[in-house]
Write a protein that binds this ligand. Structure first.
Ligand code: SAM
Length: 255
């Protein structure tokens, strides 16, 4: 990627006024204003062809709610891709509760590319034929159902944008976070030294960087084991001579 073609998110939505929304403030907002990334929110309804500008219809086979029409959405996707350099194909995502759960690894891949086209569903969902015909990758942000894909798209874009070069003050802040090494992040502390009678763990103010690093690693391991057995199961077992993990502070674990 060069400065002449910054990372770009194109969002197809029935509610373009929801963008940039929270992405217009703080880190992402400053980066947007300074041209480190671009955002294009396109109204799916602009591709409706009947005089009522309808975008949805009743589900084939019956059932509650409405379904986003394949022809309207396909036209919206095609219109968004007019003039796109075919050698720089962008990922086409569909925010969907039945998609693959979004991971930090996928976020990193997306942040390294040209930026995705993101379809936000509404109603009961989207006609399957357009998902297949346009090769949409279904992405979920969690095992719960939102009323539309916009909030999910905002979350995905935010996760990508903060990894773009120049967006975070300190580049290293992205590499030590939760998930980047397969573990959750260790607990953080700052001033005051004593808060409601609880001091900052002594080791963090010792100035011994090696000990701090090993304490943090132990804390990360303890948190991951307690809270996310799914992630913990993927961490290779320790060599037998490795020092035992230190205990996590009581208020920092769930279990
Ligand atoms: N009937 C669908 C189902 O049971 O899978 C749920 C549709 S939901 C009310 C409407 C839209 O919200 C979806 O098409 C999707 O775009 C978005 N959405 C809802 N939950 C989501 C999640 N967990 N992750 C990503 N997108 C989600």
């Amino acid at each position: 990627m060069t400065n002449s073609s910054p990372w770009r998110a194109t969002v197809l939505t029935l509610f373009p006024e929801m963008f940039p929304g929270p992405l217009g403030v703080s880190l992402a907002g400053r980066a947007l204003a300074s041209g480190l990334w671009q955002l294009e929110a396109r109204d799916i309804r602009a591709s409706a062809t009947d005089r009522h500008r309808s975008v949805d219809d009743t589900p084939a086979g019956g059932g509650p709610g409405m379904v986003l029409r394949a022809d309207v959405l396909a036209a919206a996707i095609d219109a968004a891709e007019i003039g796109q350099d075919p050698s720089k194909e962008r990922p086409r995502l569909l925010m969907s509760p039945r998609g693959r759960p979004l991971t930090q690894a996928r976020v990193m891949e997306l942040a390294q590319g040209p930026g995705p086209l993101i379809v936000c569903g509404r109603f009961e969902g989207i006609d399957q034929r357009v998902i297949d015909a346009r090769g949409l990758e279904e992405v979920s942000i969690g095992d719960y159902v939102l009323s539309g894909g916009e909030i999910a798209a905002l979350a995905l874009i935010d996760a990508c944008v903060r990894l773009l070069p120049g967006v975070m003050g300190k580049e290293a802040s992205g590499t030590e976070e939760s998930f980047s090494g397969g573990l959750l992040e260790y607990p953080q502390y700052t001033r005051p030294q004593l808060f409601e009678g609880v001091p900052i763990p002594e080791i963090l103010t010792s100035g011994d960087h090696a000990k701090v690093a090993s304490w943090r690693r132990a804390q990360s391991e303890a948190l991951t084991e307690a809270r996310r057995p799914d992630l913990w199961a993927q961490i290779p077992p320790k060599p037998p001579n490795r020092p035992r993990r230190q205990k996590t502070p009581k208020n920092k674990t769930d279990g």
